[in-house]
Design a binder for this molecule. Structure first.
Ligand code: S3P
Length: 433
């Protein structure tokens, strides 16, 4: 499917965001091994989270959906059943990496596979710690999926994360529920902490000592009734669009404001964006609030602060749209320490550089980042998304500020994290001339 995007001079109105993808994965997985029936309101509509639900169903878990309410009947910590077929994680790295931690605690054999993008993504980062814990795992050459996992009798480990990755941290912590003693994970660069928060909420023993996170084995997890906040990473595309379009006034209700994710808001505020948070509340350890962003020309005339070090890890999913934003504000943006972006759903560094250049922009690509001069004129072009949802949505934003029409190819890939994205974009973009 091709979506055509045209120049816009106002981004105004209200966007209802889908439920947070990272939180939805974790709630569904923990609910599946809890005691009792959990109910989640505003569960993510994203295709990725449905890959998680489908895997859980294949593992014997009863899951039902009504609108965006998902009910999961827990089977207890060791209660998953051997699947009759290969588990399909689709496009979702979070599904494959997190569920592997739970599968490693079960004594049956299972195989988990994904689509062509996921089949090219590195799994050594979870295979090594899970093998240290005692799971048997076989992969394709070079630690690539599919994975064949036979779990059971794991031991606890103390594991220093070799890479800043919430998925790896979460995989080891989930496997730690099945250890014969405590498992601890050290992260030197902070990453999203939804797993730690959700583990506590479901009743697991979790402790923090410096940058070590320790989890107790063998908990009885309790079913929960929780409401999932809107996805801040989905909000990022609309924040960027409103930041650049004169006359914008955009409202995003009930967005997740987790401390490790809201670096995006701190960053945009620091860059001078007129962004306010109203009615912030916290539920189940996850803050949420309403965002309002209004255009201010000082932001567009300024510079985005450099994205490097721990800021890169905190903004990892937002970098595609921040790169587009950088090309439009006067001072540009410099992105470094972002080698992880090359092994996301696509090589995002190369996808950003290629597509910005095809729109006429000047971009310098480095092994781990991008140097993007500011104030560049974009021209409508054919955007090759490589089937990557965040590339598609980032370049939809670019198209709003380009001369002529921008055609986003394989636009349906936005459904991986944001079904309804194209309708939402049309509903808030206006052209007055
Ligand atoms: C996620 C962690 C990040 C992020 C991904 C979601 C999660 O991946 O890019 O979209 O839910 O844990 P890494 O752990 O590979 O950095």
């Amino acid at each position: 499917m091709i979506e055509t995007v045209r120049c816009s001079d106002s981004v105004s109105g209200t966007v209802l965001l889908p439920g947070d993808k990272s939180i939805s994965h974790r709630y569904a997985m923990l609910a599946s091994v809890a005691e009792g029936t959990s109910v989640f309101e505003h569960f993510a509509s994203s295709r990725d989270c449905h890959s998680t639900l489908d895997c859980l169903k294949s593992l014997g878990v009863e899951v039902s959906e009504s609108g965006d309410t998902v009910t999961v009947r827990g089977r207890g910590l060791y209660g998953l059943q051997a699947p009759g077929d290969v588990l399909d994680a689709g496009n979702s790295g979070t599904t494959m990496r997190l569920i592997s931690g739970i599968l490693a605690g079960h004594s049956f054999m299972s195989v988990i596979a994904g689509d062509s993008s996921l089949s090219g993504r590195p799994m050594g980062r979870i295979i090594h710690p899970l093998r240290q814990m005692g799971a048997e795992i076989v992969s394709r050459e070079n630690d690539l999926p599919p994975l064949r996992i036979r779990g059971g009798s794991l031991k606890g480990i103390r594991y220093v994360l070799p890479v800043a990755s919430a998925q790896v941290k979460s995989c080891v912590l989930l496997a730690g529920l099945y250890g014969s003693e405590c498992t601890a994970v050290q992260e030197n660069i902070p990453t999203r902490d939804h797993t730690e928060i959700a583990l506590k909420e479901f009743g697991a023993g979790v402790r923090f000592a410096g940058n070590w996170i320790e989890v107790d084995p063998g908990p009885v997890l309790c079913a929960q009734r929780l409401t999932i906040p809107g996805d801040l990473s989905g909000a990022a595309f609309f924040l960027a669009a409103a930041a650049l379009a004169p006359n914008s006034d955009l409202y995003l209700p009930l967005v997740g404001l987790n401390g490790r994710r809201r670096e995006l808001l701190n960053y945009l505020n620091q860059a001078g964006l007129n962004l306010t948070i109203e009615n912030e509340i916290e539920e189940a350890g996850e803050p949420r609030g309403n965002l309002r962003v209004r255009y201010n020309h000082e932001f567009v005339e300024g510079k985005l602060p450099p994205i490097r070090g721990s800021r890169t890890a905190a903004l990892i999913d937002e970098i595609p749209v921040l790169a587009v934003l950088g090309s439009q504000v006067a001072g540009g943006v410099e992105i470094s320490d972002a080698g992880e972006l090359r092994i996301k759903e696509s090589d995002r560094i190369s996808a950003i550089a290629l597509n910005l250049r095809s729109m006429g922009a000047n971009v310098e690509e480095t092994p781990d980042g991008l140097h993007i001069p500011g104030g560049q004129t974009l021209h409508g072009a054919d955007i090759h998304t490589r089937g990557d949802h965040r590339v598609a949505m980032a370049f939809a934003v670019a198209g709003l500020f380009a001369h002529g029409e921008t055609k986003i190819h394989d636009a349906e890939c936005a459904d991986v994290s944001f079904p309804g994205f194209w309708d939402a974009l049309r509903s808030v973009t206006h052209f007055n001339r």
